[in-house]
Design a protein around this ligand. Structure first.
Ligand SMILES: [Cu+2]
Length: 281
């Protein structure tokens, strides 16, 4: 019995430790078991809720398994030639009605809390609009009047980049956001339904043509975070990654200055680059 306990606790510890060690920050890792590391309060909540449910389901499963074993061993036909005629047990029936209700309520309360936390967008510092196209993303920062398209790097371009981004995840024009700021993300589809998802931020929202969806994130750690289109949208669905760089306020300001020169658009969203202005003249 003691031996069994040692083996079980060793196995559980191995799974927990490896899950944590292998979970990637902002990107998936080989042999990853758990969720990607959380970089926003929403994702921290999701990870907590996920682990909480895992405990609940594990305890329930072991309890039901124990009941089954007891029934098989103690109440089989061989041991009970004359079956018991008991049909009701008021206390037992009350217990098996009320205990599940208590369990469900204890799941529902944090679940609804999380849902409202995700669904209520706080006062945003920055708004980014992400438009899903077949098969890339267009991002605009309406307040800064910039707009650009973000396309996946192919193998050749990836090899040239330093450091090379993970395969199928790096893009030519990533989104930049400052750390600790609330970012409102408006998401829409230009052609078919796409889905804007960044696992470390705990966001995933459909990009539907003709309907503006909204979500938000507040990244609390600097770094590079990857996501992917998460709605089957056609032949290159797997090749429209999302890359978000969370940087310091100064680095963001520097990027924004540069971006305003490169990606400027006018109020109607038409390009206002130097080249385009030249053509008009
Ligand atoms: Cu897509």
């Amino acid at each position: 019995m003691r031996m069994l306990r040692v083996i079980v606790s060793a196995a559980v510890a191995a799974v927990l430790v490896s899950g944590q060690a292998l979970a990637g920050m902002g990107q998936p890792t080989p042999w990853q078991i758990g969720l990607q590391d959380a970089a926003t309060p929403v994702m921290e909540n999701i990870v907590w809720f996920h682990n909480f449910l895992l405990w609940v389901i594990t305890i329930i499963t072991l309890f039901v398994l124990a009941l089954l074993v007891i029934v098989i061993v103690r109440f089989n036909a061989r041991k009970n030639p004359v079956p018991s005629r008991t049909t009701h047990h008021t206390l037992l029936e009350l217990a098996w009605t009320l205990i599940p209700v208590v369990i469900l309520v204890s799941i529902a309360i944090p679940s609804f809390k999380l849902l409202f936390f995700q669904g209520t967008i706080p006062n945003a510092d920055i708004t980014i609009k992400a438009t899903g196209n077949q098969w890339n993303w267009t991002y605009s920062y309406p307040d800064a009047k910039i707009e650009f398209t973000s396309i996946m790097l192919n193998e050749e371009e990836r090899a040239k980049a330093s450091p090379p981004p993970p395969r199928l995840l790096g893009v030519d024009n990533p989104i930049y956001v400052p750390v600790n700021k609330v970012v409102r993300v408006q998401v829409i589809g230009a052609d078919v339904i796409h889905s804007f998802a960044v696992p470390s931020f705990g966001i995933k929202i459909d990009a539907v043509p003709g309907r503006l969806n909204e979500t938000w994130f507040q990244a609390t750690r600097e770094g590079v975070y990857y996501g992917q289109c998460s709605e089957l949208c056609g032949k290159d669905h797997a090749f429209m990654p999302i890359e978000v760089r969370v940087v310091s306020e100064q680095a963001y300001a520097a990027w924004l200055d540069e971006a305003k020169k490169k990606f400027a658009v006018d109020d109607r969203g038409a390009p206002r680059t130097v080249a385009a202005a030249d053509q008009v003249r």
